[in-house]
Ligand binder design. Structure first.
Ligand code: SF4
Ligand code: SF4
Length: 390
């Protein structure tokens, strides 16, 4: 049976969307061959629908956990309630007050009023945390990072625990590759520095107000449902007048607007401010490493056309000693591991691995990958690629 805190948080989730979509960043919107469904797989409420070059989220079904946000390789889902910047600002205030320890608690735990709200930052669910947020806390001077949950095993959103583990493990692996400690601690109780001074008085006051608030929520849910219906009607009419997919996706020159791998660069900037990586490979959902089988590849360039970040691109270095061969460039720091290059390859010649060389991540020179050159008539895709970039 759900607790009152669960009922309150469920009622709250009906009234607002916690996630905003940026469909032009989604590879499944950009290309129908994309197999990426990581956001939908991470979503424990089945609120995300992908198909027919569309990405949609059902605000009435979304439970506010944010587990989809870190799952998307291209940041097509943005947490809006709270904004990451707001969580960062709150932590900048609370971390010094908690002896240098950054404390983040989920809403379920925060609702129990056993923590001092001036000493921790609240997120709807710890599944909302991303590798870049955790890395930035770890290298930003926090002596420890306490992630306080409200007992995921009994929470109705407990399946989001996989997202929490993925972010913590991913951030830890990146920090380890740079020789830095991973100061993350999953726990169910607040650390002593962040506990409410008079826990019993706070709990008693909370109990007195809880039933009144729950009654108030019942009324507001009815109002919210009506507002939601109006919003849906407005949305439908807005969608009818929205620009076509082509209009939304294409940059002024006619090429699909490239996506900047902003999360990758943010993480690399934060890590590189503290030194060099050890060069060993790291397995992470933030980056990808591309290889191309030169035997089966036909040199058609379709993978270069599809890559949304420009991590995989044409190379101007010629090979006069072997006119049958050419190079493509691969810049690991720009690769989000989205897999679109592999999805569009008609010969299954492209492989994207989540295990990447850290030396390659910080190498400003791209890796050259050898592929065959299409000699007769040239590749149709290459002609389109050249036309779009001229
Ligand atoms: S690119 Fe992002 S939004 Fe698109 S399907 Fe993959 S995870 Fe979902
Ligand atoms: S190289 Fe492939 S996996 Fe990497 S960003 Fe480009 S399309 Fe995605």
């Amino acid at each position: 049976m759900p607790s009152i805190a669960d009922i309150v948080s469920f009622a709250e989730s009906l009234s607002t969307g916690a996630v905003e979509l940026v469909p032009s960043r989604c590879v499944a919107v950009r290309n129908r061959n994309a197999t990426c469904r990581r956001c939908a797989e991470a979503c424990l409420a089945d609120a995300i629908a992908i198909g027919g070059n569309e990405l949609a989220i059902d605000a009435a079904v979304c439970v506010n956990c944010g587990a989809c946000i870190g799952a998307c390789p291209n940041s097509a889902l943005v947490g809006t309630k709270p904004l990451s910047q707001d969580v960062g600002l709150k932590l900048a205030r609370t971390t010094p007050a908690c002896d240098g320890m950054a404390v983040i608690a989920c809403a379920r735990k925060a609702a129990r009023k056993v923590g001092d709200p001036e000493r921790f930052a609240e997120v709807p669910c710890l599944g909302r945390l991303t590798e870049e947020a955790l890395v930035s806390l770890a290298v930003g001077g926090a002596t420890a990072v306490a992630l306080v949950d409200g007992d995921c095993a009994t929470c109705r959103y407990g399946e989001a625990e996989a997202a929490i583990d993925a972010a913590v493990e991913g951030a830890g692996a990146l920090l380890a590759a740079w020789g830095l400690p991973a100061p993350f601690e999953r726990r169910q109780g607040f650390p002593s520095c962040a506990r409410a001074a008079d826990e019993r008085a706070v709990r008693a006051a909370e109990r007195r107000g809880l039933f009144t608030r729950a009654g108030g929520y019942a009324k507001s849910v009815a109002r919210t449902a009506a507002e939601q219906a109006i919003d849906d009607m407005l949305d439908q009419s807005k969608q009818r007048t929205m620009a076509t997919l082509r209009d939304r996706m294409l940059a002024p020159g006619g090429a699909a607007a490239p996506i900047e791998a902003a999360r990758n660069l943010e993480v690399l900037d934060a890590l590189c401010a503290h030194g060099e990586p050890d060069g060993r490979p790291v397995t992470t959902r933030l980056f990808g490493s591309v290889s191309i089988d030169a035997e089966s590849c036909t040199g058609c360039d379709v993978c270069l056309m599809a890559c949304p970040t420009g991590a995989l691109r044409r190379c101007e270095v010629e090979r006069p000693e072997d006119p049958q061969r050419q190079y493509v460039e691969f810049q690991a720091a720009d690769c989000t591991g989205c897999g679109l290059c592999a999805d569009v390859c008609l010969r299954s010649s492209v492989t994207v691995s989540p295990t990447v060389s850290t030396a390659e991540l910080v190498d400003l020179e791209p890796r050259l990958i050898e592929i065959p050159r299409q000699l007769r008539g040239g590749s149709l895709f290459r002609k389109v690629y050249d036309a779009k970039r001229s």
